[in-house]
Design a protein around this ligand. Structure first.
Ligand SMILES: O=C(O)c1ccc(O)c(O)c1
Ligand SMILES: [Mg+2]
Length: 602
């Protein structure tokens, strides 16, 4: 289907918005009146620019307070409409949106509304223009799509139809089933937006919190299925008023937006892109650092062994159990300090995973970095993290491990694969997102990788608020915790971490300490609170208190975890997950964040 986006959904000048929409692959735009008024370009120039960019102007909007008004007001409305229709002719736009009146003099009189809309449509017809009448959820007398359609039906004019907007319909809790009773050819336009489920004034909700389909709590796909059932053949058009997207760069927002429509079309069954190839495990986490020493000593204390070195690059492989950490001292680390730059994901079909990623607009990275390297399929996540699709030790496929040469090392108890620090593998990876890319990141991991997104949780930080949302595969062997801070400058909120899975966090923490590691100290008040909330076995709480171990419990099981100090942007967590615990210790995160502020900020 054709895809379109309202210029109000993107940041910048009209020209920037149009360029971003075109680059992201949209077929058309809704020109929002304010964007045109503020543009130095003449309507003819905008028309030409759109044509050059391969964009159709699918809609001009909005026209307000048109109908159900006293005769003198309506007369001046018609005068205003004539001006706008002339403008639309210059633009080459053939459909105008009229949203239901909020005029203080508007009356609750459907016959009057229908009569005036018929007259307006008659005028529009002279210009070859169609009028699409939309019920605003906060319209003075018309606030539901059924009501707007009844008026359109009564007006009975070929140049008058209705515009459906998923936000207005779903925010009011209207049943979208009734959409199927509207003839498809009378649905002149379809605007799509999702929104988080919030209990607030619907106008404020609409103007500030709309998001792209799949990023909120509405069942937009169900609504679209019903609209398609009517035979509607117009574009799927995004109209998202959102405070974050107003500020964020238009280019990435437009890509995020288009990705949401690609996923939506797949969900409703009108397209069949390459299926997602869900990752089955974490092959490695790669740190880049200007100085390997602090990272090496931390990994050593955690019980990791440096087992191999990359054949052509300054990259070491550190291993313990199934946990593999690459330490890269190449150019990227010198630029950014120590950070988590890449994740290797075990993939049943790396090439298929890359095809899926490409179809969903993920930037595909070059397969081969150096002549001798194994050609690996990789893409960049919105925050720039490189995701490698790996087939570790599968003979028929390129193997990242083959780029590494074993180095002499002392194997701990159980050999290289043994876990001298009690670490079994990687429990999860936590990635701090840029403040404006949180919703985009969740949609990216869901649509590109086929991961499931859990509920978003809010976590108090001493100097702000952190939001966190995990994306996982079905068996929990891939867990990525995405977080975002409210304060863009907050370093603790921006830290990333690697959580290491252990079956016995008390022993692992003790070994770490004995090996010279320093656990993040946790205040005594926290343990007094734990004692009040839970009953522990003899000596258990004392061990947690001594070792800085935090405790949580959910309906499924228990979680015990502690943290290392931070190197650059990165720290480690030792995590013991028992009995099917599903969370990430969010309950403890405020205490952890405060403790990290204390350590870094004094
Ligand atoms: O918030 C508004 O005023 C507004 C305007 C036009 C629309 O299509 C809409 O859904 C909302
Ligand atoms: Mg709308």
């Amino acid at each position: 289907m054709r895809t379109s986006i309202a210029t109000v959904s993107l940041s910048g000048s009209l020209t920037e918005k149009l360029t971003a929409a075109s680059r992201a692959g949209f077929d058309g735009v809704e020109i929002f009146e304010n964007d045109l008024l503020a543009s130095p370009l003449a309507p003819e120039e905008i028309r030409a620019r759109c044509a050059d960019l391969g964009l159709r102007i699918d809609l001009y909007q909005p026209m307000r307070d048109m109908e159900a008004v006293p005769a003198d007001v309506f007369a001046s409305n018609l005068r205003r409409a004539r001006h706008k229709f002339e403008l639309m002719s210059r633009l080459g736009a053939d459909t105008v949106l009229v949203c239901s009146s909020v005029h203080p003099l508007a009356v609750d009189d459907d016959a009057l509304a229908a009569g005036q809309l018929r007259e307006l449509a008659g005028l529009a017809q002279e210009f070859g223009i169609r009028v699409a009448y939309e019920a605003l959820a906060w319209g003075r007398h018309v606030s539901t799509y059924e009501h707007a359609w009844n008026i359109v039906e009564a007006a009975d004019h070929p140049a008058l139809g209705t515009c459906l907007d998923s936000f207005h319909i779903l925010s009011r809790g209207s049943d979208p089933k009734g959409i199927e009773d509207i003839p498809g050819e009378k649905i002149f336009f379809l605007q799509l937006a999702d929104a988080p489920l919030l209990a607030m004034d619907v106008l404020q909700w609409s103007r500030h919190y709309r998001c792209f389909p799949g990023q909120g709590g509405f069942d937009v796909a169900d609504l679209v299925r019903r609209v398609l059932h009517t035979g509607y053949a117009g574009p799927l058009s995004l109209e998202v008023f959102n405070d974050v997207y107003r500020q964020a760069e238009a280019g990435p927002t437009a890509v995020d937006a288009h990705r949401s429509l690609l996923l939506l079309q797949e969900t409703v069954g009108v397209t069949a892109p390459p299926a997602p190839v869900v990752p089955t495990g974490v092959a490695f986490a790669e740190l880049v650092t200007p100085d390997a020493e602090p990272v090496a000593s931390l990994l050593g204390a955690l019980g990791f062994t440096r087992t191999a070195r990359h054949r052509s690059k300054p990259v070491d492989l550190w291993q313990q159990g199934e946990a593999r950490v690459l330490v890269n001292t190449g150019p990227a680390g010198r630029r950014d300090g120590t950070s988590l730059a890449a994740i290797g994901l075990e993939s049943p079909d790396p090439a298929g995973a890359a095809l899926r990623a490409e179809a969903l607009l993920a930037p595909v990275l070059p397969r081969r970095r150096a002549a001798a390297d194994a050609p690996l399929d990789a893409v960049a996540a919105p925050d720039g993290t490189e995701l490698f699709f790996c087939a570790t030790d599968r003979a028929e496929l390129p193997n990242w491990r083959a780029d590494f040469e074993d180095v002499a090392h002392e194997s701990g108890p159980g050999g290289v694969r043994g876990s001298s620090g009690g670490v079994r593998g990687i429990d999860h990876l936590a990635l701090a997102q840029p403040w404006h890319q949180f919703d985009e990141a969740a949609l990216f991991h869901r649509s590109v990788l086929g991961l499931h997104a859990q509920e978003s949780v809010d976590v108090a930080d001493p100097y702000g608020l952190m939001r966190s949302r995990a994306v996982t595969n079905a068996d929990g062997s891939v867990r990525i915790a995405l977080s975002v801070g409210a304060a863009p400058s907050d370093d603790t909120v921006h830290a990333q971490h690697i959580a290491l899975a252990t079956d016995d966090v008390v022993t692992a923490a003790r070994r770490f300490r004995e090996a010279g590691g320093r656990v993040l100290p946790i205040p005594a008040n926290y343990y007094d609170d734990l004692a009040a909330r839970f009953e522990f076995a003899e000596g258990e709480l004392e061990a947690y208190r001594e070792l800085g171990i935090l405790y949580d419990r959910d309906a499924y099981g228990e979680f015990r975890h502690c943290y290392t100090r931070t190197v650059g942007r990165v720290f480690f967590e030792l995590a013991q997950r028992d009995g099917g615990y599903r969370g990430y210790g969010a309950q403890n995160a405020p205490v952890r964040l405060a403790a990290q502020h204390t350590v870094t900020g004094g």
